[in-house]
Structure formats: structure tokens, C-alpha cells
Design a protein around this ligand. Structure first.
Ligand code: ATP
Length: 199
């Protein structure tokens, strides 16, 4: 699996639809200060579900929408699409190419899509779980991240190894099953109370 293409439209400094194709091997993005290099990796993390405006270097989520310049008016929505080559079937979908899209409007409405089909953020998170791709995963190492990893508590570091070993999705399913079990136990208690009252 590798990142084949990224499309940004109305996202940060990318007012017009901008498409970048990647090939296998190493790709370096070069450009003057402030030309938008980091905005590309922000776009990747955003489409993968980043919810923190601060970690996208903004104050609020609306700040990711192109705010206008001397030459151009602001736009009403921002959108990023990532296309991954899935020839090796690393993603659990029957497609050779998988495109994930996120769009946000100034009103705050957010949409997510997998291969142009509307989906929930949860579907995107689950799709990439244990693949090393994801907003918190190790495929994106930002400035200062290595230092942060080395200096954080060992429990926090453990998360990175769990993602690499592929057990995150089982832990997440276990948590969900435990929550359902708790809900069911509470429902049973309520039914028991009702039955006792009726007797
Ligand atoms: P450096 O080499 O200094 O790290 P860079 O190439 O990584 O710079 P970025 O930080 O990606 O640059 O881009 C910063 C630019 O993006 C700034 O010019 C900023 O004005 C612009 N920018 C960020 N958010 C928006 C927005 N919502 N609308 C318009 N422009 C934006």
C-alpha cells in the first residue's frame, strides 16, 4: 500500500483544486518558507480524522478553510482526498485503489467518504486501524515527534508498538463489546426491578 495521490481544494493555502501524484520511492516536497509544505501533511492528518484544530496549527476547525488573500475571495468549504494503492490488499476493501475524502463547510458540517460513498469518521478510523496510517499512527512523524515519543511515559509509547503489532482493532472491539455488555447488564437490572414491582 502506498499513497498515490492527494487532492486539496479550499484547504488552507490551497484555494484551487490542487492534485499531487506520488510514485513509489522517496518524494521530497521543497519550497520557500510559508509556501504550504506543512499544509500538505496537515491535509493528510485532517482527512484521516484529526479533530484538534490546534494540532493543525489553527485556532478553530474553520481555520482550515481557505480564508482568502489579496487576490482571491475566501471559499465556503475545504476538502481533501487521499488515494491509496491497495494492490496488496492491506486495506480490508475489495478495491485496488481506495480514496478517502473529508469535506468541511463554514457552517461546521463535516462529511466523510470512502470511494465517494458517504461514511462515518468511525469507518475511516477502523479502515486504517493497525495499518500504521492514521492521525496518531507512526506513518506521519511531525517535527518534535521523535523527541516526544522518547520522552513520553512508557504507557504512551506502548500505543505505537500496539499499532505496529496490529492489536489496536482488537482492543477497540473489546472496548465496544464491554460497553455493550454493560448496557445489557443495566437493561437486565431495570427489567428485574420492573418484574419485582409487578409481582
Ligand atoms: P515553512 O518552511 O516555514 O515551515 P511551509 O512551506 O511548511 O513553511 P506552511 O506552514 O505549510 O508553509 O503554510 C503556511 C501558509 O499557509 C501561510 O502563508 C498561511 O498564510 C497559509 N495558510 C494557512 N491557513 C490558511 C487559510 N485558512 N487560508 C489561507 N491561507 C492559509
Amino acid at each position: 500500500m502506498f499513497l498515490k495521490r492527494i487532492e486539496l481544494a479550499g484547504f488552507k493555502s490551497f484555494a484551487d483544486k490542487t492534485e499531487m501524484e506520488f510514485v513509489t520511492g522517496i518524494t521530497a516536497v521543497v519550497g520557500p518558507n510559508g509556501s504550504g509544505k506543512s499544509n500538505i501533511s496537515d491535509g493528510i492528518r485532517w482527512v484521516l480524522g484529526e479533530q484538534s484544530a490546534k494540532s493543525l496549527r489553527g485556532g478553530k476547525m474553520e481555520d482550515i478553510i481557505f480564508a482568502g488573500s489579496d487576490a482571491r475571495k475566501a471559499v465556503n468549504y475545504g476538502e481533501v482526498s487521499l488515494t491509496l494503492d491497495n494492490g496488496d490488499g492491506a486495506l480490508p476493501l475489495e478495491y485496488n485503489e481506495v480514496t478517502v475524502t473529508r469535506r468541511v463547510h463554514r457552517s461546521g458540517d463535516s462529511e466523510y467518504m470512502i470511494n465517494k460513498q458517504s461514511c462515518r469518521l468511525k469507518d475511516i478510523t477502523e479502515l486504517f486501524m493497525d495499518t500504521g496510517i492514521g492521525k496518531e499512527a507512526y506513518s506521519i512523524i511531525g517535527q518534535g515527534r521523535i523527541e516526544e515519543i522518547l520522552s513520553t511515559r512508557s504507557e504512551d509509547r506502548r500505543g505505537i508498538f500496539e499499532e505496529a503489532s496490529g492489536i489496536v482493532k482488537y482492543k477497540s472491539r473489546k472496548r465496544e463489546a464491554q460497553r455493550k455488555l454493560e448496557d445489557t447488564e443495566n437493561n437486565l437490572l431495570r427489567i428485574h426491578d420492573l418484574v419485582t414491582e409487578l409481582e
